[in-house]
Design a protein around this ligand. Sequence first.
Ligand SMILES: [Zn+2]
Length: 110
Amino acid sequence: MSEISNMRTVTCHDCGKPVSLSARACPVCGSREPAGPVRIGHRAPRKIGIERLNDRNLAVTSLALGLLGACYGFATNTGVMSAIFFTALYGFIGVAIGVPIGFASNLIRH
Ligand SMILES: [Zn+2]
């Protein structure tokens, strides 16, 4: 009994049983990483996946609105100089609006 408690053990992250630190796999549940993944926690992969999705969502939203603004700026102006100016302006406004919208949808998803 004391022998076991004196051993350097970790709690198996899959089944919660103590496993020797030197064990390659948990003898109880057969987990390949009884000490748990060193790099990231148990729920981390999922969270990272969501954040990646959010980043893409944010980029797509701001890009779409920026493009929409650019098209609007381009379509509503006849002169070349003003078309360029308003394309840039509305494009910027679209991105400026798209970023908070992307953020808001990220917050809702959480
Ligand atoms: Zn286990």
